[in-house]
Design a protein around this ligand. Sequence first.
Ligand code: ATP
Ligand code: FE2
Length: 332
Amino acid sequence: TFILGIEGTAWNLSAAIVTETEIIAEVTETYKPEVGGIHPREAAQHHAKYAASVIKRLLAEAKEKGVEPSDLDGIAFSQGPGLGPCLRTIATAARMLSLSLDIPLIGVNHCIAHIEIGIWRTPARDPVVLYVSGANSQVISFMEGRYRVFGETLDIGLGNALDKFARRAGLPHPGGPKIEACAKDAKRYIPLPYVIKGMDLSFSGLSTASSEALKKASLEDVCYSYQETAFAMVVEVAERALAHTGKNEVLLAGGVGANTRLREMLNEMCEARGAKFYVPEKRFMGDNGTMIAYTGLLMYKSGNTLTLEDSRVNPNFRTDDVNVTWIKEEEM
Ligand code: ATP
Ligand code: FE2
């Protein structure tokens, strides 16, 4: 089976072709705003400008490996969640490909794609997933036909919270890696608001308090304390999901997963509980076309395709909205 997948929920336009066992090719064009964060309309214009050339390059690379457009079985695209203008742009590209090649469309949930690529590229089979990216922060696990959300942020994603604090502290975008570097030179821990409500998280109060703390403490100490507090919160929710589900694997997903300190804290928690901890290769943690193509392949093979009429994008598409047709409970 050959599936072409297109990702473009935010700043990254990326397309790939995969089979059950192989990545045939992947081509990516990243939108880099000149100042500040993402402007949805500009990002969408970027995707519109590069969509044709990205697909053309992808098909050329596939051809070199002996894969022709006529070999393709389906076209997958990220249907949501994400920025509306960006989603609509790549959905249009996907519909055109589907019509011209006369093969089915597959609408992929972006968050689930982050999970499935992790399961494909690591030995994890049935993990509790900590998905922490710019816009999203969720603790997820498969149960009774769906990826259930055990806990999630009630306000902003952890990555965006880090970036926001960094911007106020005068650090360049994206702030996550800069905060990580600064934290290494810290001398002491400053108490900051640790906010968990039930199983859910909140980061906006932490970001505000951290900006305030800069008036009295060094940047290094605040960066360190911010990380320790925020990561302890997500690790606690992941640990409680492990206890609740009785599972014994944790998979890390999303761009914030690049953070070494977060990995260290998760690893310690897993060791203490006798659980295995898995992190995919870095190229599969941020947004990439391969994860959409691969999840599309799983969906296609379980008959989960879309009609043109149902192919509308959904900027608020939830992880637990998806009927997971490709996992059979008895095989787990
Ligand atoms: P999504 O659409 O899934 O929300 P995204 O488009 O926001 O994802 P990702 O690549 O998943 O993008 O994540 C980007 C985020 O990861 C940014 O907020 C960035 O600051 C953060 N990040 C990257 N590296 C690190 C790091 N080393 N430590 C902490 N945060 C990091
Ligand atoms: Fe993402």
